[in-house]
Every structure is written in structure tokens, then in C-alpha cells.
Write a protein that binds this ligand. Structure first.
Ligand code: KG4
Ligand code: ZN
Length: 357
């Protein structure tokens, strides 16, 4: 090995030779929020291994993710998680073609842990490095079970983001709309917390809503004229006000009814904006992505909407909706095919719009 060459020179040489190598196995690392995850993905679609160490129990006692606690937990878990992913896939450093890592957006301290691990391993083993945008990862989670061809529209709904994205070429995105305040998942989490339903709020609200009447409480839907942007803070505040009034009047709160009415309002807005974007862009494929894509009402109604509009709906399996490293490996594969690699100056970024990836 020519150690007098820089990392970039060594990897460029190797990569030129290596990109003809088949299969392409990518080690992917994800640590942007409260899951420490690693996976080995073959040719962008086959999961050789996927390991997720969730910190949910740690954060539950605080009612939400505490950034500093998350960073420390990532530091404690990351080596074991990567080791386990390598072992389960029976991978060796020689068998890998690249290392991919989520570098933006997310909790800065949490992201740094994954990025530092990925850069260290890339340097030590002369492997190309691919920094992946977390939302592009969510979007490409669907590539594991399906094949999506551009042009497509993606509705990305997670704990930190709510976006409508147009993709006309793999790996290149145009952001049509985004939330102006709270993300949909964030609103689920805050409303659930106010009702004492615990963290994460999305699954708790979805469960409570099953027993509730979704027409029982009148809640606002921010449509923001005909823009593709979202706003969920008004809806969240309306729920908090409703709870507050009941408390002051010593009236019992019908938790299931509030949950059902809130979920109805969120789904109504997501469907209305998506329908508008489908009709205006004329795309024939809609991809649903992100943690809130695990919501069964949203999944069912989006499928129905797409059927009515004559559009193919691509919805990831439940285990790929919330944070995982499999989706990061799937997204990285497009970069790998184009030979688009990062250097060791890759750094974590708390904020980065998907169109700047
Ligand atoms: O994508 P994700 O795992 O993390 C981020 O990138 O933010 O999304 C987590 C979010 C949380 O806000 C959680 O409450 C929400 O996804 N979520 C759900 C459901 N499952 C998870 N929201 C609504 N219904 C669900 N079934
Ligand atoms: Zn996520």
C-alpha cells in the first residue's frame, strides 16, 4: 500500500479499479437522532445485515430526545453496532466497496459520532466515503423492496421534517414545500406529551385514535393558500388549548377523541398538499417516507388517493419508516454508481436542505 499518497489519492486509485467490482457492499452508518444504526447493503437493494440500537427507553423518562444524552449513547454504542453489522453480514473490510454515513441534517453532536466513526474507518481501510442526506435516506428506504424510477414525488414526514420533494434524476432533488414551523412527527410528539401518552408520540396517538371519534373536536387545518408548505404549530396549539380549558374547568378529557381528531387534521393536510403536488407536477409515482409514514391511517388513505389519481404509491415496510442505516446504504448506492465520493473534510451539518445534498 502506498502510504506516501494522501487518502484521496489512494482511494481514487482504488476506486477506479474497484468500481467494476461486483457485488457492491456498502457499510452504512446512521446516528442523526436517537437510533445508533449500521447496515451492510449489497447493490443498493439487498440487506446483508441491519442493526439498530434504539435509545427510546433512555429518552422516555425525559419525555423526548435530549441531544447531549443522545450523543453520549451513540459514542457508547457505535463500535458494537458496526461490529455486529459486519459480523452478521460476514463482511470483511476487503469485501466492502465503500462506507456511507448520515452527515446532515440532525442533532449535531449525534451526527458527529457517526461521521467521525465513518471517516476513521474509511481512512484506516482505504475505503471511499459517501456522506448521505438523512431525508434522501428516508426517501430511498423504498428501494429495498421495490424499484423507483424518476420522475417521482416524495412526501417525507418525520420527527424533524415535513417536505414535498420532486426527484427527476436519482440523487438530485427539488424541494417543492416544507414545514414553516413544527414537523408533523414533532406535532404528534408534543401533543402526545401534553396528554401524558409518552414518547414517541406518533404510535401512542395512532393507538389511542383507534377508539376515538375523529369528528368530535373541531381543529384547524393550515392550508396556506395553494402553496406546498405546511404548518402544524397552530394545530398543536389548538389541541393544547383544548386540554388546558378542560383542565381549568375540571372536565375530563376524552383522550381517544382528541387523538383521533388531531390525527385526522394532520392526515387531511398531508393528503391535500400531496394531491395538489401530484396534479400540478403530473408525476406518476408518489413515494411516502419518514417515521410518520408508519401511521396506518396515512398509509391507507394515501394509497386510496393515489389510486383515485391514477398514480403508483410506493410505501416502505414499517421497519424501514423510522430511522435505520439500511436506507442510508440504499441512498449511498446512487452516489457510488456516479463515483461521487467525499473527502475526509466531510463534516456533520445540523441543517441542510435536501436540494443542497
Ligand atoms: O424518521 P424518524 O424515525 O426520525 C426523524 O428523522 O425524525 O421519525 C420519528 C417520528 C416521531 O416524531 C414519531 O412520533 C413519528 O415519527 N412516528 C409516527 C408513527 N410512528 C412514528 N407518527 C405517527 N404515527 C405513527 N405510527
Ligand atoms: Zn429520520
Amino acid at each position: 500500500m502506498a502510504f506516501h499518497l494522501s487518502y484521496r489519492e489512494r482511494v481514487t486509485r482504488l476506486t477506479k479499479l474497484d468500481r467494476t467490482k461486483r457485488p457492491v457492499d456498502i457499510l452504512a452508518i446512521e446516528s442523526s437522532c436517537d437510533e445508533t444504526a449500521a447496515a451492510i447493503i449489497r447493490d443498493g437493494q439487498t440487506v446483508l445485515s441491519s442493526v439498530i440500537a434504539s435509545q427510546i427507553e433512555t429518552h422516555q423518562r425525559y419525555g423526548g430526545v435530549v441531544p447531549e444524552v443522545a450523543s453520549r449513547a451513540h459514542v457508547e454504542e457505535i463500535i458494537a453496532v458496526i461490529d455486529e453489522a459486519m459480523l452478521k453480514a460476514q463482511a470483511t473490510w476487503e469485501s466492502l466497496s465503500a462506507i456511507a454515513v448520515t452527515y446532515a441534517p440532525g442533532l449535531i453532536g449525534a451526527l458527529f459520532v457517526g461521521v467521525t466513526a465513518a471517516k476513521s474507518l474509511a481512512l484506516a481501510h482505504d475505503l471511499p466515503l459517501i456522506g448521505v442526506h438523512h431525508l434522501a435516506g428516508h426517501l430511498y428506504a423504498s428501494m429495498i423492496d421495490d424499484t423507483i424510477e424518476p420522475a417521482f414525488l416524495a412526501l417525507i414526514v418525520s420527527g424533524g421534517h415535513t417536505e414535498l420533494v420532486l426527484c427527476e434524476e436519482h440523487g438530485r432533488f427539488e424541494r417543492l414545500g416544507h414545514t414553516r414551523d413544527d414537523a408533523a412527527g414533532e406535532a404528534f410528539d408534543k401533543v402526545a406529551r401534553a396528554m401524558g401518552l409518552g414518547y414517541p408520540g406518533g404510535p401512542a396517538i395512532a393507538k389511542a385514535a383507534l377508539q376515538g371519534d375523529e369528528t368530535s373536536i373541531a381543529l384547524p387545518r393550515a392550508m396556506l393558500d395553494d402553496s406546498y408548505d405546511f404548518s402544524f404549530s397552530g394545530l398543536k396549539s389548538a389541541v393544547l388549548l383544548h386540554l388546558d380549558k378542560a383542565k381549568k374547568a375540571s372536565r375530563p378529557v376524552a383522550i381517544a377523541d382528541v387523538a383521533a381528531s388531531f390525527q385526522r387534521a394532520v392526515v387531511d393536510v398531508l393528503l391535500a398538499k400531496t394531491a395538489l403536488a401530484i396534479q400540478r407536477t403530473g408525476v406518476k409515482t408518489l413515494v411516502l417516507a419518514g417515521g410518520v409514514a408508519a401511521n396506518s391511517t396515512l398509509r391507507a388513505e394515501l394509497l386510496q388517493l393515489c389510486e383515485e389519481l391514477g398514480v403508483r404509491a410506493v410505501i416502505p415496510p414499517l421497519w424501514l419508516c423510522t430511522d435505520n442505516a439500511t436506507m442510508i446504504g440504499a441512498a449511498a448506492y446512487f452516489r457510488y454508481q456516479k463515483g461521487e465520493f467525499d473527502d475526509l473534510d466531510l463534516t456533520a451539518k445540523a441543517n441542510l436542505p435536501i436540494d443542497q445534498w
